[in-house]
Design a binder for this molecule. Structure first.
Ligand code: MN
Length: 727
């Protein structure tokens, strides 16, 4: 083991000659001490695994923090060591990285049938704050895949599937072609042993012929390029088993029909020479139409660049040629782990391109850094800043907007779960329903049958789905309430007016309902309950002989209903005044007006009260009438100020002042300065000789403007108090 570690040191020294490796050795000693006695399934001592992970990281030329993390990556998960301990011994950065890897490791093995691979990958990436965490995780996975043979068939299958669905695509996304290729081939070998064997044999059986062919082709290309003065390095290779397998599947052909198991790669010095080399190739062999791809002009989202073409020899052999510069080659092989010197900024409209914009920042940032080895440190990533990836206890990923709440989560699962939601646990702890969810949160929703959503939820849910579902339920229950109120109202009024409702037939009810444009009697009751019509109006139609029909234009001037106590007397209600300015939460078609008793203005806390037949009266919550109204709780209804900004409200004010000259001038100039329209202004001297009172009616837009105005008036010397009149 010691030997394996020394080899690690040696390879790190090669690319980081100036680094002090004391901290690396410390991590090695620390991990060895705590993994002491643990054995892997292969029978090896456990410590071989973290050391090999660090080796893989060294081959990616990662920095010391990453390497320390590699050595320590399993201590918190698999030994008695706490993350606090790691922090004390190795500092914040290493501790954070180890925590990051531990967090990702906990996600391994989450029920595969539930999770959607694409969102799961995104979630993994979104959870990673430091790119080194994903590097260590990939190295960990790579070593586990190399030693997979020692596990039970079930675990092997599970881990291999996870690798091909989650980790290989992540490596691909980060542009790490080599890591991706190896992960895919290792997983493929375990998932489809027969196909793997078949392809491997096919490749093997033609190996001699293929290699001979490659050597020959290669010599010809080399000669041609030399003649054109194009400097180039040429690699001939046989394709990877998994990529051949995918080709077979994609083209629905058998292995005997695959001719281009071989590929040639030309690595040259400049973009210009890439195209020149392509010309040379096409001059020599016939290109297959539709197979020429220019990923130099249009790089792949993971920044992969190359020219691809497939050509046919006169003997009918096809093979693929890739042409790229050294730099492109390194990016293709190592991706994000490469030391980039990517030149030009390019622009692409695709959302995915923007998401990977951080890669470009990385590149730009890299240019300013003297020591290319420092390139990975302190690198924070936020791949999907607009989304939060959360999941159910079973591991199903739920993608929500950032700052979504457990309620959004509940509705994302099912509307019944949302409707009956009474609480939530996030990562095992109970949290308020309005709290924000974060990447990687495991959310458990507690429900209670029969529970109904609260209107308050509308204020903090983030998804349209949740909002619509909540509205729907609230509307339905408001309607039930309204139907009930409507029925009782009609009942009471019929008794008062001496109409015997019992004699009215169902057919009569249906007729009247349809006169009002409703297909169901219930709708008529609801309309009554919402206060759209007075019961008297309806009764006049139901029992035409017994109740006089009202003038259609006349506003119902019903006496206040005895039972509702202090129902406001709105002798001179101006109809329609409140409409458009105030709306009833969750309900669209209700008549609304501002109660004259308190004359609320925009910004005042308000409450609605369903009147008998006159719509919804909106009172200030401070209104004394409200107190007496509220014992009839079922008529209370939530209202809010609508958004329109144009309206103004009349407010009456009384200013108490010292009786001194020029006071009116002062007041009017303040009103003028605050841009307030004065409707009426009247000064009165109080009996108490040196005091005066100015009464005024002004137009204000909202409470805020009023408060500003009142404050300005109070600053005038001689003004003692300003009082708002509610009548
Ligand atoms: Mn591990």
């Amino acid at each position: 083991m010691e030997q394996l570690y020394r080899e690690l040191e040696a390879s790190v020294r090669e690319y980081r000659p100036k680094d002090d490796l004391t901290a690396l050795e410390k991590a090695y000693r620390f991990a060895s001490k705590y993994h002491e006695g643990q054995v892997r399934n292969s029978g090896e001592t456990y410590m071989a695994h973290p050391v090999m992970v660090a080796h893989i990281l060294a081959s990616m030329r990662m920095d010391l923090v990453a390497m320390q993390t590699g050595l320590l990556h399993d201590v918190v998960e698999d030994t008695s060591v706490t993350s606090e301990q790691v922090r004390k011994e190795f500092g914040d950065e290493v501790a954070r990285c180890v925590d990051g890897v531990t967090k990702l490791t906990k996600l391994d093995g989450i029920s595969a049938e539930d999770r959607h691979a694409e969102s799961f990958r995104k979630m993994l990436l979104a959870m990673v704050e430091d790119i080194r965490v994903i590097m260590v995780k990939l190295a960990d996975r790579m070593h586990n895949m190399r030693t997979l043979g020692y596990l039970s068939p079930e675990r092997r299958e599970r881990i291999a599937r996870e690798t091909i669905e989650i980790y290989a695509p992540i490596a691909h996304r980060l542009g790490m072609g080599k890591v991706r290729g190896e992960l895919e081939d290792l997983a493929f070998q375990h998932l489809e042993p027969d196909s793997y064997q078949e392809i491997l044999e096919a490749i093997e059986s033609h190996r001699a012929a293929n290699e001979e062919f490659l050597i020959e082709i290669r010599q010809q290309v080399e000669a041609d390029l030399r003649r054109e003065h194009i400097p180039a390095r040429i690699e001939g290779r046989v394709k990877r088993p998994y990529s051949v397998f995918q080709k077979l599947k994609r083209q629905k052909i058998s292995i005997d029909q695959v001719y281009d198991l071989m590929a040639l790669r030309i690595i040259t010095d400049s973009v210009k020479n890439c195209y020149a080399a392509l010309g040379v190739i096409h001059n020599k062999w016939r290109p297959i139409p539709g197979r020429i791809k220019d990923f130099i002009a249009i790089p792949r989202p993971n920044l992969y660049q190359s020219l691809h073409t497939s050509v046919v020899t006169p003997h009918g052999h096809t093979f693929e040629v890739q042409i790229r510069t050294e730099e492109m080659h390194r990016i293709a092989e190592e991706g994000i782990a490469a030391h980039w010197k990517y030149k030009e900024g390019r622009r692409g409209p695709a959302a995915d391109d923007q998401r990977i914009a951080w890669l470009r920042h990385l590149v730009e940032w890299q240019r300013e850094v003297q020591d290319p080895g420092e390139f990975m440190s302190n690198l924070k990533v936020d791949l999907y800043p607009e989304e939060a990836y959360t999941f159910t206890p079973r591991g199903k990923v739920i993608v929500l907007p950032r700052d979504a709440t457990p309620i959004d989560f509940a509705y994302a699962i099912h509307s019944d779960v949302g409707n009956t939601c009474v609480g939530a646990k996030v990562n095992g702890r109970i949290v308020p329903l309005r709290s924000s969810l974060r990447n990687g949160d495991i959310v458990e929703i507690m429900t209670q049958p029969g529970h109904e959503p609260s209107k308050d939820w509308l204020a903090y849910v983030k998804t349209t789905r949740a909002r619509n579902k909540i509205r729907h339920v609230i509307n339905a229950s408001e309607r039930i309430k309204a139907i009930d109120i409507g029925q009782k109202y009609l009942d009471k009024e019929s008794r008062r007016l001496g109409v015997q409702l019992g004699r009215v037939t169902k057919a009569d009810f249906e007729r009247v309902s349809s006169e009002y444009g409703y297909s169901k009697i219930e709708d008529l009751y609801a309309a009554l309950g919402y206060g759209k019509y007075s019961a008297r109006q309806v009764l006049a139609k139901l029992a035409p002989g017994q109740v006089g029909e009202e003038q259609p234009e006349a506003r119902p001037a019903l006496p206040p209903d005895g039972a509702s106590g202090g129902a406001p007397q709105q002798g001179a209600v101006q109809r329609g005044e409140g409409e458009g300015v105030i709306k009833v939460r969750g309900i669209d078609d209700l008549m609304v007006y501002r109660a004259k008793c308190c004359n609320p203005i925009r910004g005042d806390a308000i409450v609605g009260y369903v009147t008998r037949g006159k719509g919804v009266a909106v009172h200030s919550k401070m209104c004394p009438n409200v107190q007496s109204l509220m014992y009839d709780v079922e008529r209370k209804i939530e209202v809010e100020w609508a958004r329109s900004a144009e309206d103004t409200f009349q407010v009456r004010l009384i200013v108490h002042t010292d009786d001194r000259p020029g006071m009116l001038n002062h007041l009017t100039s303040v009103l003028y300065a605050e841009n307030t329209n004065i409707r009426n202004l009247e000064a009165k001297t109080e009996l108490d000789h040196d005091r005066a009172m100015v009464e005024m009616t002004v137009d204000v837009r909202d409470k805020k403007q009023l408060e500003k105005l009142v404050a300005a008036m109070r600053r005038i010397s001689g003004v003692r108090d300003v009082e708002r009149l509610f009548k």
